[in-house]
Every structure is written in C-alpha cells, then in structure tokens.
Design a binder for this molecule. Structure first.
Ligand SMILES: Cc1ncc(COP(=O)(O)O)c(C=O)c1O
Length: 473
C-alpha cells in the first residue's frame, strides 16, 4: 500500500493515531489547550488541577476538558456559568438530567428501604425485573442486575459459556463493551485491549464489523452511504458465519445492534447473523447499553431489524442519569447457573437503584420519549442530509433516532477522515453552547437526551452547520 494513500478505513497511514481512532474522544491536542486558555475561569482551572493530581491518569477521562457544577435537563453548566446543551451525556441522560419525578422516587425509596442485604427479596427490584421482562423483545424474561455495563456484559458471557459448554466469543473489531478484563477482551479497540493490561481473556475472537460508508471489506456504497447489496451480498454477515464455522465452538456472538460510531446494520444483516448463530450453536447477545430504552426511536435498537437475541444487556440510561445500574435479560431456558454465582454483586438487588430504573422506564413511557426520539431524530437526519448537500466537508450523515453522526472528510472521493476539522468544530460548538463527542477522531456524534425538542435540536444543528461552514483553521 502506498504510504500516501488512505487505508481501507480511510486512515492516513503516515500518521498513526490509535487514540483518535477510538470510539471515545480524547482531544488532547493544542486545540484543547488553546480552548481551555480562552474559556476556563480560575475555579475551573483549580478543579482541573486538583482532578489531575487526585486521579490516576488514563486515556479518555483524565485529564479533563472543563469542570461542571450543574446538570439539568439537556443542559450542563461550567464553573464560569456557561451553559452547554449536552449532546453527549455518555448516553445516560435519556430523560434529561435531574428529572424531578426520578429524584422524588429515589428519595422516597431511600426513606422506605435504602438497601436489601443478600438473601432478602424486595419489591423495587422485583417490579423492575418484571417490567423489563414485559418490555424486552421476544421471550427474554429472566434477569440479573449489576452496577455497571461491563459487569453485565461479563455475566451474559458466563451464561453463554454455561449454556453452550463452550468458552469462545465473537465480537466486532472497533467495538467497546466495557473496561473489565472480560469485557475489554470482547472490545475491539487497542486503547482498551492492548498495552500493559494484556493478556486478556482467552477465546475472544473478533471480526470486522458492518460499516457501509467505510466498508472494512472494501465494498462501495452509494452517495447516501447505503450498500449495493447486489454487489456486496452482505459479505460482513457472511464473515461472521465463516468464523463461526471455522472455529466450530463459539459460545456467543456479542455485538451492539447499531454501532455507537454510529453505523447502522445494512438491511438483512442481523437476520443472517441470527441464522448463522442458530446453525452453529452460538448464542446471540446484543449489547444495548447505549442504544437501549429508546435512543434509536424504538425501545430497543434490535427492534428495527426484527431480530431477537438470546440475551440482551442494558445499562447507562437505565439509572436515569443519576444512579448506576445495568441488567442482563435472558431467555428463561438460559437460567443455567443456579449452582454458581455469576452476578454476585453487592448492589445486585439494590432497591434504590432498582427504583431509579423502574421510574426511568415509566418516565420514558409516560412522556412518550421513544416516539419523540423517533420524530426529532428523523427531522434532524433530514436536516443533516441538507447540510451534506451544502458542505463538502461532510462525507456522510447517518443514524437512527437520537443516535446521529456526521462523518467529516478531507475529500469526498478518498473519504479520508478529517479529525482536525472535527476537533475544530467541537471547540467552535462549545463556544456556542453545544457539547458533543467525536468518534473515531472525525465523526461528530450527536446523542442528546430523548426529551430534546425540535427547537433545541434545530438550534444545535444551526451551531454545527455554522461551525463546519467556517472551514478548517
Ligand atoms: C456498548 C457498550 N457496552 C458496554 C459499556 C460499558 O458500560 P459501563 O461503563 O457501565 O461499564 C459501554 C460504555 O460506554 C458501552 O458503550
């Protein structure tokens, strides 16, 4: 390969930037330092200094960009009193930050029953389990709760190992499934799986994911980023089956039904993978930690594809953006670990986190937030398509519901990513009161709360259009 030609994923291989290619954003360049020098007040600076001293440094989270003192609805507010619409929110803020009904429910639960020690059942955890079983797709009906998504992913894998008598997993390169040893092994990013923490868990196989705009298998797409199915024949799905067949003993395929970058599955992808799993005796686990509970305009992202997994994992927004709780929801016949303790977590049936989750789901239902995500998201995607007509720096726009992405490129012909422009746009947007994350270095990823109004979305897209329109520095 010529050293000047972008590689299959559109990367300039003269300048390897493993960090900027991550699903997470770091933005540790001079642009960040410049923005901080212009924007942080003395209190913010002081907090960042203390933060840098107190915490072990790690990529993505420390050092921090800014310090905040308030989070309410879609807004976060920094120490200088500047407010930003939070279109990132780690995907926890589906119902907006600090929802009053949620705060009341948590307070009442704390008064009534703040904790349930092991061996005691409690109403809140049971109600939550029954509610999740009722709304989950297909016949997913037996649950375990954990405090974090990474743990829940690992519980799902333990169930799959026990049910199949196999230990291998198959997941996507470029995915993130959590920071624990097991979840990091499933992840497909150097940032989380390589380096001094390795070796990780044996048997974690990976396959290149779907991603039509930059198809890892080299297939072209049309100008709207859609695949030519009559040419690619879903090679990406066939490769999953290829690996399942060659390995012959994979316990589970574990993936996000819509990738967080974002990338949507091509039509028919999950159906073919579902059939391949069934043919080869592997379970299908969907990690819906960021996408679940309405983000994509359906309660679960897999509903768009009409495919039901054997196990579904939820987290993040489940705690309403206040408390940490995650869930594993499995088919009843996967209740196979009775002699073991796969999810032996101290806060396994915590009544307060359970109440938070239950109330969050009730708020999502009562306020019609899934429908709102679908409507506002569809209008936003239309606007992004218009923006793409006007701005050549936009190579692709894609997404579903309120999981949206703008892929910035140096050239539409080569699709070479433009991480410098993405970062510039990020800081320009912050200057105008909008916060979001960049993914893989060059994709502006927009994940506002499901409470977002059309007007707020229009304002955010105005900001982004202006910021891109100003061009590179
Ligand atoms: C797809 C996916 N799976 C798992 C996780 C891990 O969740 P947690 O950080 O709660 O452990 C994340 C977190 O970002 C995620 O995006």
């Amino acid at each position: 390969m010529s050293p000047t030609k972008p590689d299959l994923l559109g990367r300039d291989n003269r300048e390897p930037h493993p960090v900027s290619e991550s699903e997470s954003d770091t933005n540790l360049t001079d642009r960040r330092a410049h923005w901080q020098s212009q924007n942080l007040d003395a209190r913010g600076r002081k907090l960042l200094e203390r933060d840098g001293r107190a915490f072990l440094h790690q990529s993505v989270s420390t050092p921090c960009l800014n310090a905040i003192v308030k989070a309410q609805g879609v807004w976060i507010e920094d120490t200088a009193g500047r407010r930003y619409m939070d279109f990132h929110g780690n995907n926890v803020h589906h119902i907006g930050y600090g929802h009053p009904r949620l705060k009341r429910a948590i307070a009442e639960q704390m008064d009534q029953l703040p904790f349930a020690p092991r061996r005691y059942a409690c109403e809140a955890a049971l109600e939550l389990a029954e509610k999740l079983a009722a709304i989950a797709p297909g016949r997913l009906e037996k649950l375990l709760f954990t405090t974090g998504g990474s743990d829940a992913v690992e519980v799902a894998v333990k169930i799959a190992r026990t049910a199949t008598g196999r230990f291998k997993t198959l997941s996507f390169w470029d995915a993130f499934h959590g920071a624990g040893f097991g979840a990091a092994s499933l992840s497909g990013e150097a940032l989380f799986r390589s380096g001094p923490a390795a070796p990780l868990v044996a048997g974690a196989q990976h396959v290149a994911p779907f991603g039509c705009y930059r198809c890892p298998y080299g297939h072209p797409c049309d100008q709207d980023g859609r695949p030519f199915l009559d040419r690619c024949h879903l090679a990406c799905a066939d490769m999953v089956e290829y690996v399942l067949a060659r390995e012959g003993d994979v316990a589970a395929v574990i993936c996000e039904p819509a990738r967080a970058v974002p990338y949507l599955p091509p039509p028919g992808y999950w159906r073919r993978v579902r059939e391949a799993c069934d043919r080869h005796g592997a379970l299908l686990i969907f990690d819906e930690i960021p996408t679940g509970l309405g983000k994509t305009g359906r309660m679960f992202a897999c509903e768009h594809d009409d495919v039901v997994p054997d196990i579904l994992v939820l987290g993040k927004a489940l705690g309403g953006g206040i408390l940490p709780i995650a869930a594993v929801i499995a088919r009843a016949d996967l209740d196979v670990g009775g002699d073991w303790a796969f999810g032996h977590y101290t806060h396994e049936k915590n009544p307060v986190t359970s109440r938070a989750a239950l109330t969050t789901i009730e708020i999502i239902e009562d306020e019609g937030l899934v429908e709102n995500a679908a409507e506002v998201g569809a209008a936003a995607l239309e606007r992004l398509c218009d923006m793409k007509q006007k701005l050549t720096a936009i190579g692709d726009v894609r997404g579903r519901g309120l999981l949206l992405g703008i892929d910035l490129v140096k050239s539409r012909d080569t699709k070479e990513p433009d991480p410098a422009l993405a970062e510039t746009v990020l800081y320009r947007a912050l200057d105008r009161g909008l916060s979001f994350k960049t993914t893989m270095g060059n994709v502006l990823t927009l994940t506002p709360p499901l409470t977002i109004t059309r007007q707020e979305m229009a304002r955010a897209l105005d900001i982004i259009e202006e910021a891109i329109g100003e061009g590179s520095e």
